[in-house]
Design a binder for this molecule. Structure first.
Ligand code: ZN
Length: 448
């Protein structure tokens, strides 16, 4: 998850996509304002050659993880060579965090009309603006739906009313619009996907809701808003009855690939697309940088990190994962990737007015510079060099009468494994303090 990403800092008040920056996503946690959804993030994968532009929208429903992990992987693992893909992995951030369909009610029923004081108002207005912007050629809205769609009724799971494993279109065609042949496009994706199913009963189908004449409720949806503004759109629904998140995500990504091919968008993958690799990527949570002086590797982090040095307020959290977020609770900061609660940071509050930015550490006898936030490997032992006025604390190590643990050769056997950052008991914290101030943390990883 360390690849460079293009992130469009999305500002409602500014012209859309005016500011493009190469950066990992930055997030600052502030007190959640009541009754206003968190703004979503917009990323862009742009090819060197011009071509069609696809808008991928994930996370409109917070309890449909196939719909938000697929775009997260897409923006991390794909390079577009021709055309453009604009990716929104988290249209409804607060509902994703709560793992609920819509904590402010169903966002996908707010596209015909929405009250100004609705907590989703800003997000709905913002996505409408993107949908209707000139460059967008095609829109997909990603979901996980109940059951498995079948043309004929079989039972309560397999039937024509099921949403799972469908490409949902509001009408067959959008006349005189490029890529307006929705039925044929959906059927092409369907037939491609049905050639490589992991289980036969996962068959995809095309479900036409005939929204304009038959489905009044669906007239409030995002895709219907799009097509009434002459923008071709469809919904991709994997099944909620498929419990394995990697498999749902695999189907979503495969569907998006099939669509990109139809749209003439050329791309390269940074991995081989198979279920095993998708599973690996889903469990790669990346890193969290806190206040530029602590880095936590999230994939194997312990469920609770005690005594995390933090500021009393205005802590800065920066995730490499597009679905990374923190949530302030009574106990501290809960760290999330999508709907998954990864760890709890129990704070230890410090001021951070330090002029030290790095430590000198001997790793197995070899001298190294270690900047705060870095992770360095050692095999047997390490020694943190003395720095005037700086107190060193190696978490999990203690020696009677010692205040600062510098200039001591510490063997890995001397550190209590219960204090590691990771579950594998291999990454340890070396912390530096200046007077009352916390300066930063270096992670030392014991390798075999
Ligand atoms: Zn949904």
């Amino acid at each position: 998850m360390k690849s460079m990403k293009i992130l469009i800092y999305f500002l409602l008040s500014l012209c859309l996509m005016s500011e493009v920056a190469f950066a990992v996503k930055a997030k600052t946690t502030t007190k959640e304002a009541p009754k206003k959804n968190t703004p979503f993030d917009v990323y862009e994968l742009k090819g060197e050659q011009d071509g069609s532009t696809l808008l991928v929208i994930g996370g409109i429903h917070g309890d449909e993880p196939g719909g938000f992990f697929a775009p997260a992987l897409l923006m991390d693992l794909y390079k577009v060579k021709k055309g453009k893909v604009i990716v929104i992995p988290n249209l409804n951030p607060d509902s994703i965090l709560a793992f609920r369909r819509g904590i402010y009610k169903d966002m996908n029923r707010k596209f015909a009309s929405i009250k100004r004081n609705d907590p989703d108002f800003d997000n709905v207005q913002a996505i409408k603006k993107i949908i209707t912007s000139e460059e967008i050629d095609f829109i997909i809205n990603l979901h996980d739906g109940h059951g498995f769609y079948r043309e004929k009724w079989e039972n309560s799971i397999f039937n024509p009313k099921a949403w799972g494993q469908t490409y949902v279109i509001d009408q067959k065609t959008l006349d005189n619009v490029p890529f307006g042949d929705l039925d044929s496009i959906a059927k092409q994706i369907e037939s491609k996907l049905n050639q490589s199913l992991h289980y036969d009963f996962h068959t995809f189908g095309v479900r036409n809701t005939e929204t304009r004449i038959k489905d009044e409720e669906q007239q409030n949806s995002l895709t219907f808003f799009a097509i009434t503004h002459l923008k071709p759109a469809l919904a991709i629904e994997t099944s909620k009855n498929i419990t394995e998140l990697p498999l749902k995500t695999f189907y979503q990504i495969s569907s998006i690939e099939a669509l990109m091919e139809i749209l003439g968008i050329e791309f390269e993958r940074k991995f081989e697309l198979n279920l095993e690799n998708v599973a690996k990527k889903i469990n790669d949570f990346g890193t969290l940088v806190i206040n530029d002086n602590i880095t936590l590797e999230l994939s194997d982090i312990r469920n609770i990190i005690n005594f995390t040095p933090l500021l009393a307020q205005k802590n800065h959290f920066e995730f490499t994962h597009p679905l990374g977020r923190t949530k302030r609770t009574k106990e501290g900061y809960e760290v999330y990737i999508g709907h998954k609660r990864i760890t709890l940071l129990r704070p230890d509050i410090f001021p951070m007015q330090c002029d030290v930015k790095a430590l000198e550490i001997e790793l197995d006898g070899k001298a190294s510079q270690a900047k705060f936030g870095e992770t360095l490997d050692f095999q047997q032992n390490f020694l943190v060099k003395k720095l005037d006025g700086v107190r060193i604390n190696v978490i999990g190590y203690s020696k009677k009468g010692i205040v600062s643990e510098h200039d001591i050769l510490i063997n890995k056997a001397n550190i209590d494994g219960r204090y590691s950052l990771d579950k594998a008991k291999s990454i340890f914290r070396v912390e530096a303090y200046q007077g009352r101030n916390f300066c930063g943390m270096v992670n030392l990883r014991a390798t075999k």
